[in-house]
Design a protein around this ligand. Structure first.
Ligand code: FEO
Ligand code: CA
Ligand code: CA
Length: 728
């Protein structure tokens, strides 16, 4: 029996070797005749946008991600007033004075009264995890539940469905004695536990109106798990394409399960969007498979990170099926072994990497993979809904040097579709146009259309011979390569400022910036920093947050303006690295999770390994300005860029510091802004083995002297001791 090697999410795929050199040609053909935004001195932009912001303010929440016009109209506070939390390396969650933390839902917790509570010393069976919390909690959203209609109602804070992702697993602590392998095979019970610990949870919660205490209603019919086994439907441009045909669904209309669900999104009609991020590493490909593939197939597999000879991350393909059919394990082998793709799993990887819609109120129908939104390492999605305009979904592809995308629906948003479930998804997410972003040096940018027959996306394309829109969405990265999109520093979460409709995207970091490709105005930093006393870190070490505004404030715009709202940095760094002027009360590194609440407070979360010699990961609250409120600046490496106004302690403050070796990711709130839900992912991630945990959280939250408990990912609820609104 051997121990498996622990996996760290930061082993990101890194497959963008495209040169994007012929963008000028494309630009010449398709862009130059458009009315590009003129280069303007930053002061002029600031004045123009200040006027726009004032004009928009009265439109309130209709600009942003909020679903209903009847949301509480609580105004954004003028300044942040909670006491900032100091950086620390404690094994617990620190929050400001006057706030309290409760652990709501941790790995293995039962969501069905027939299943026993979690016990560190008696790890439940693999199959029982269909009724237990998955691992590595990530994106999350609260849907208010109307008790009469059993559907969404955004005015309800006392009862709701909490939907969240379980991105991956920390096998060291998931199993009784860590992950094992016997005679070359993973034990089936472990593999079933791992499969069930992935996916999504829907849990029914209630909140006490007075104390704000939140608890799970364990016997609710809404409680359910969606896992790597859950049947799903394909819809949109690639549904039925031969590229998605498998033995499981020869007609390419169904897929089995979802995994590596990272950031999330939600629709204005009241459904949840889960993403499939680092899906590729779950597949094995034999070293001889290339001989059975066409050159363009090999190129596509390489571009998505599955070279011949790749082994799978958790080796589920090695299990022997005694409890489940053998097919459940064979499907992780992406090899051409039969005469057609419809008779094997060579296309298995093409059935993941999509945006998946889940209606938490609909327990009958399958979740739907919305293929028109493209296939890549989907991190997150923010939907901008303005009545009478097409919807825009903004999305990041989180790998080094990947792109930012937008999908614009053909249908115009009609609020009467609220609560129309998957039918609304069919209407707004299947027909529309996919675009990729190009950021220019002068603060302007373009959305370049990724449609079959346009911008060189056809059979003659040298990157991939596209013969349909199904080809384009399935290999969206290659379509984006060939139109010269801007390589970004790992696009993570997207969110929309409800005050003015500006779109924010976190760019978490990029060790390749300045090495494999040069800096540019939108990804302007490449520098060196010491971790501890000796380890030198390079590239964009601490990440940044970019924001953009669509031309004429339209979701359908083909041009936008951008600047960089915030640069991660250590407070003590040189001002040409610490360009946002961070202080000890708000310095941070590697922004990842990010969300505007209904008042317009921006919450920023970190998944860091660059500043963790000094502090654990954290969450900050921010009151951002608007595009153009800053200046043109020059970085330490001499790159000119556009930076937003410097921050101060009144408009950016550290609200939370997490336990040891945990990422802070996933955030949502009850509509009354009185309970905030945050996910704590993989505490003790670097532990060597199950019996030597580096963290004992969540047990350590109430007993810091605990030295025995297993670390577990969990959802926490933070409330104010006086029952008031968070950060108000
Ligand atoms: Fe799963 Fe990009 O974080
Ligand atoms: Ca450092
Ligand atoms: Ca993330």
């Amino acid at each position: 029996m051997t121990q498996q090697t622990p996996y760290h999410e930061d082993q990101e795929t890194d497959n963008n070797t495209s040169s994007n050199t012929h963008f000028d040609d494309i630009l010449g053909h398709y862009i130059t005749r458009r009315d590009l935004i003129k280069k303007t001195a930053s002061g002029t932009i600031a004045l123009a946008l200040a006027a726009t912001v004032t004009g928009c303010a009265s439109q309130g929440t209709s600009q942003g991600q909020q679903r209903s016009s009847h949301l509480p109209t609580t105004k954004r506070p003028e300044k942040l007033s909670f006491k900032p939390v100091a950086k620390n390396k404690l094994d617990l969650i620190s929050v400001p004075d006057g706030y309290q933390v409760n652990v709501l839902y941790a790995l293995g917790d039962s969501i069905n009264p027939n299943y026993a509570d979690w016990n560190d010393h008696n790890i439940p069976s693999g199959p029982s995890f269909q009724f237990r919390s998955g691992d590595c909690h990530d994106g999350i959203h609260f849907f208010g539940l109307n008790k009469k209609t059993k559907r969404l109602d955004d005015t309800f804070s006392e009862e709701g469905l909490l939907v969240m992702n379980h991105e991956y697993i920390n096998p060291t602590f998931l199993h009784a004695k860590g992950p094992t392998k016997v005679n070359g095979h993973r034990p089936e019970d472990e593999v079933i536990r791992e499969n069930n610990a992935h996916g999504v949870s829907v849990i029914h919660v209630k909140k006490n109106e007075i104390t704000q205490h939140v608890e799970i209603i364990k016997n609710s019919v809404f409680n359910r798990r969606i896992t790597t086994y859950t049947p799903m439907d394909f819809s949109g441009a690639a549904a039925g394409s031969p590229l998605l045909a498998t033995l499981y669904s020869p007609k390419a209309l169904k897929a089995r399960g979802t995994h590596n669900n990272c950031g999330n999104g939600y629709t204005p009609w009241g459904t949840y969007l889960t993403t499939e991020e680092n899906f590729i590493g779950y597949f094995q490909r034999s070293s001889t498979d290339d001989a059975k593939r066409q050159p363009h197939e090999i190129a596509a597999l390489k571009r998505y990170g599955l070279k011949a000879g790749s082994s799978s991350k958790y080796e589920w393909d090695t299990a022997i099926g005694q409890i489940e059919p053998q097919d459940h394990y064979d499907r992780w082998k992406a090899n051409a072994i039969a005469e057609t793709a419809a008779k094997d799993y060579r296309n298995g990887p093409n059935t993941f990497g999509w945006m998946v819609e889940i209606d938490p109120f609909d327990i009958k129908h399958n979740p739907v993979k919305r293929t028109s939104l493209g296939r890549f390492a989907h991190e997150d999605s923010a939907c901008r809904a303005v009545e009478g305009m097409p919807l825009a979904f903004y999305m990041g592809d989180d790998s080094r040097g990947e792109y930012i995308y937008k999908f614009v629906s053909q249908a115009k948003w009609d609020a009467k579709d609220t609560n129309a479930g998957y039918k609304a998804g069919d209407k707004y997410m299947d027909k529309g146009t996919l675009y990729v972003a190009k950021f220019n040096q002068d603060g302007s940018g373009q959305w370049i259309e990724l449609s079959y027959g346009k911008n060189g996306l056809d059979q003659s394309n040298k990157t991939y011979p596209f013969s349909s829109q199904a080809d384009i969405v399935t290999f969206a990265r290659m379509a984006a390569d060939s139109v010269g999109a801007t390589k970004m520093d790992r696009p993570e979460w997207c969110s929309i400022n409800p005050e003015n409709g500006e779109i924010y995207v976190t760019l978490t970091n990029n060790s390749n910036r300045g090495k494999d490709y040069a800096t540019d105005a939108a990804n302007p930093r490449a520098y060196e920093d010491l971790y501890g006393e000796k380890k030198v870190q390079k590239g964009n070490v601490n990440g940044h947050v970019i924001r953009f505004k669509e031309q004429d404030d339209k979701t359908t715009a083909l041009q936008f303006q951008w600047d960089i709202y915030l640069f991660g940095a250590e407070a003590s760094m040189n001002p040409n690295i610490n360009l946002s002027g961070l202080s000890d009360n708000n310095d941070f590194s590697s922004p990842d999770g990010m969300w505007f609440d209904s008042r317009g407070i921006l919450w920023l979360q970190t998944d860091d390994s660059a500043y963790t010699d000094v502090t654990n990961c954290m969450m900050l609250a921010a009151l951002p300005g608007y595009i153009g409120d800053g200046t043109v600046a020059t970085t330490s490496n001499g790159q000119q860029t556009r930076v937003g106004a410097k921050v101060n302690d009144d408009n950016l403050r550290r609200f939370l510091v997490g336990p040891k070796e945990a990422e802070i990711t996933g955030i949502t709130m009850t509509p009354d802004n009185k309970a905030i839900f945050v996910n704590i992912q993989h505490p003790g991630e670097e532990s060597e083995s199950y019996d030597k945990p580096n963290s004992h959280w969540p047990a350590s939250q109430n007993d810091i002297s605990n030295t025995t408990a297993r670390p577990r990912s969990a959802t926490i609820v933070i409330t104010r001791k006086d029952g008031g609104r968070i950060a108000d």
